[in-house]
Design a protein around this ligand. Sequence first.
Ligand SMILES: [Zn+2]
Length: 195
Amino acid sequence: MLSFLVLAVMSMTFETEPRDTVLVRIHDVVPDLLTDVRYATSDNFTKRILYTSDTLYARRAMAEQLLVAQRDARSRGLQLKVYDAYRPLSIQRLMWSIIPDERYVADPAKGSRHNRGCALDLTLCDSNGVELEMGTGYDEFTERAAATYLDLPERILANRRLLEQIMNAAGFDVLPSEWWHFDLRGWENFAILNE
Ligand SMILES: [Zn+2]
């Protein structure tokens, strides 16, 4: 379903839109990227399988900046692992029906930056693919998940700071309520996409 959608979007946009508005497969741009697409499994906060495939898509502009971040992480002996990127608006509506709380799920009436293909959920791993300690798991909707939450051991705060530093340098800003969520600067220039 998702791949059909993306192919349809791509075929519509290739001829008329500038290349930055095209959705691409993230692994076409960052081939060595680790992913753990929880929404393609039932291991997520909805307890339902939301995606029919674990292929991740993004605006080309975001995928290219993710490559910058991955190279930075690699230069430090680390690597990135992505949980989610582009998310169709219909999935946003489903998530909102389960957690209608704007601290954790964007209101589909406004649309999420994920719906624009301009947001990433991700973490840092060591060279073996072991996740660095970040204090909470992905999609743990607690105050400890906030990027602004400081009552954590220094080694965890240092890991969060490093992730933010790498992503900031590549053109992303963290969402204050979620240490794992980063928006591409300029996201407002990209439209919300739906199935
Ligand atoms: Zn997110």
